[in-house]
Design a protein around this ligand. Structure first.
Ligand SMILES: [Zn+2]
Length: 614
């Protein structure tokens, strides 16, 4: 690394004086490049938010006072900072609006609705003042991003305080956040505050809010909300004044101060987002799960009788779900989790989810299973969703399909089977883009969805086929253990798998996530004891094989992929390695062969199953 910088510097010096006749006064035209150590250790930025919010439930406007203590744990000097102002997306002509009106298959919830919002229905966050350690700053609002010039650069290791005053308006509910959703929930307050953008090893992440998705800075939140006293609030964080508030939070006699508004004081440690929802018609139930957090359920008393019954009946299922994830991924670390009716479908947040409430029992459990699993795959393992959407949506889909199969006794042989089907449909459609595509940059919303959810799920399920099921289970736990409360990257899941299995797996990550290469293996010919197989797709894979002999007996084989430099744990017959570049491979079986089947359990995402059998 050091040598690299030196050579760049000397090249620049050469270039800067190449055309000059003055050889005596050489002034470098480039700044001196600091010497960055070649060894890289993980670091992440840190935020401590204190916010005081005054909400007017009549015009849906709120005033905010935000003190943000920001610690620069990076090795870099920061000259600028950026905030997300997500509510600005809900304005006619915004990138979210125009993208939705120009994509072939818009999200039906958005469509052209943003273009039709009147000034009192739009969303906005207007920053009125911003200070750095008491010095007023200049800043510029550019769509959903606030660009801030600092008064003084922030040095590595330095802690600075930003004080901000802002006014905001909650948009009519269109996507995720907003007021008066289709079920009449008054306030779904998600991505509602000026939120510092993340700076990490890749630099600033100032992605505009176009459709998806989120990446935040780890830290602590202290949030005080003043709101009409009839409103019940739920969300991220532990309520600090339950006996002043009541509304189902009280631990003893409720003693409310006088006034039209009630003050709610929440504290949330070690999270990277803060969400809340409020409605005057919420029922608020709590359930203490055994060895787990207290679960809160907030749902509207105006739901019909049958639906109200589902909201009661599913509460123990939610407790079972949190238990399942704690056992299969890692222990839920907070003392509270809330399922709140709100939003526009289902969306995950820190310590809570917002889901629409008018659902069948199965759907209520299923959507909660998915959103709750995101607590692990996004909120604790905080991947950058805009870049690695498959790591949160895909892994969540995987674990929640298995959780549902278990707690709802679905009896599916492979809970991930429909994800394979979806992915194979996409791979053959010609519309697939690599999983490494930025979440907003898919040509079709459908291609985004199938890629992120289904192909991401297949990634993990198929990894179990490649390294063995037990190794996959250990990998998931190791990944959680090593990367919770951090921002893991794709290489981190694959390195976890490599360390657990002892196998070389970089090819799997590259082919399956950075390309649209497909898997297609086939049986070419059977000749006595010899089976000739062919590799038609570009993507390499090890093969599981079931051979049926002419005498009626069967034998299972495993053909290792040579570039893995090893085998998964198996009790079946291990054949010689298949080196990828060879398009054909002949397996010598032990008796005359009658028929052969590649991957009988269908755990490999082979896009053409027709030729898997002979
Ligand atoms: Zn999801």
């Amino acid at each position: 690394m050091k040598q690299f910088f030196i050579s760049i510097l000397s090249l620049s010096l050469l270039a800067s004086c190449g055309g000059s006749k003055e050889y005596t006064t050489i002034t470098p035209t480039v700044p001196v490049i600091p010497n960055t150590p070649a060894t890289s250790t993980y670091w992440q930025q840190h935020v401590d938010y204190t916010m005081d919010i005054d909400m007017d439930v009549n015009d849906y406007q709120y005033q905010g006072k935000q003190t943000l203590v920001y610690t620069n744990n990076s090795p870099d000097v920061l000259n600028k900072v950026f905030y997300h102002l997500y509510f600005n997306a809900f304005q006619p002509g915004s990138e979210m609006d125009v993208r939705s009106r120009t994509i072939t298959d818009p999200d039906a919830r958005v469509g052209d609705r943003i273009s039709k919002l009147s000034p009192d229905e739009i969303g906005y966050i207007k920053v009125n003042s911003l200070k750095q350690n008491g010095t007023a700053l200049t800043y510029d609002t550019v769509g959903t991003i606030l660009e801030v010039e600092l008064a003084k650069p922030i040095q590595p290791g330095e802690r600075v305080t930003f004080d901000m005053l802002f006014d905001a308006q909650v948009p009519v509910q269109i996507r995720r956040s907003g007021r008066n959703n289709k079920e009449g929930v008054a306030l779904s307050m998600t991505q509602w505050y000026p939120k510092l953008a993340e700076y990490d090893f890749e630099g600033w992440h100032t992605d505009p809010y176009i459709g998806r998705e989120f990446h935040g800075v780890w830290g602590n939140f202290d949030v005080t909300i003043h709101i009409d006293k009839t409103y019940v609030v739920g969300g991220t964080g532990y309520l600090q004044n339950p006996n002043e508030v009541g509304h189902g939070y009280e631990t003893s006699t409720v003693n409310r101060p006088d006034g039209e508004k009630l003050t709610w004081h929440f504290v949330a440690p070690n999270v990277h987002d803060f969400t809340w929802a409020a409605d005057p018609e919420y029922i608020h139930d709590t359930l203490k799960s055994s060895n787990g957090p207290t679960l809160h359920f907030l749902y509207k008393k105006t739901l019909d009788k049958e639906k109200l019954n589902y909201w009661k009946k599913f509460q123990p299922k939610a407790a079972e779900l949190i238990q399942y994830y704690s056992e299969h991924i890692g222990t839920y670390p907070y003392k509270q989790y809330s399922v709140i009716q709100g939003g526009d479908g289902g969306m995950e947040y820190a310590m809570c989810t917002l889901i629409t409430g008018d659902r069948s029992f199965g759907s209520l459990v299923g959507v909660t299973a998915h959103e709750m699993a995101h607590t692990w795959f996004q909120f604790l393992l905080a991947t950058n969703e805009t870049k690695h959407e498959w790591m949160d949506e895909g892994f969540t889909s995987y674990i929640s399909d298995f959780a549902m199969n278990d707690i709802m006794n679905e009896g599916k042989e492979n809970p991930a089977a429909s994800a394979y089907k979806n992915y194979i449909y996409l791979a053959k459609s010609g519309k697939e883009q690599p999983l490494s595509t930025q979440a907003d940059r898919y040509q079709f919303n459908q291609a985004y969805s199938i890629s992120a959810y289904s192909k991401g799920e297949v990634f993990l399920s198929q990894l179990g086929y490649v390294i063995g099921e037990e190794n996959l289970k250990t990998t998931i736990k190791k990944y959680f253990n090593d990367f919770s409360f951090k921002h893991p990257r794709p290489i981190d899941i694959i390195r976890s798998a490599e360390k657990v299995s002892g196998l070389e797996l970089d090819w799997y990550l590259i082919d399956f996530t950075q390309t649209t290469n497909t898997i297609d293996y086939g049986v070419k010919v059977i000749n006595g004891e010899n089976i000739t197989l062919e590799r038609i797709g570009l993507m390499p894979m090890p093969l599981d094989l079931t051979v049926t002999y002419t005498d009626g007996t069967t034998e299972d084989f495993y053909i290792p992929l040579q570039m893995m430099r090893g085998e998964k744990p198996t009790t079946v017959t291990i054949a010689p390695d298949w080196a990828w570049a060879y398009p054909v491979y002949t397996l010598k079986a032990n008796k005359a062969v009658k028929s052969v089947q590649i991957d009988p359990k269908e755990l490999m995402a082979d896009i053409n199953k027709e030729n898997n059998k002979m």
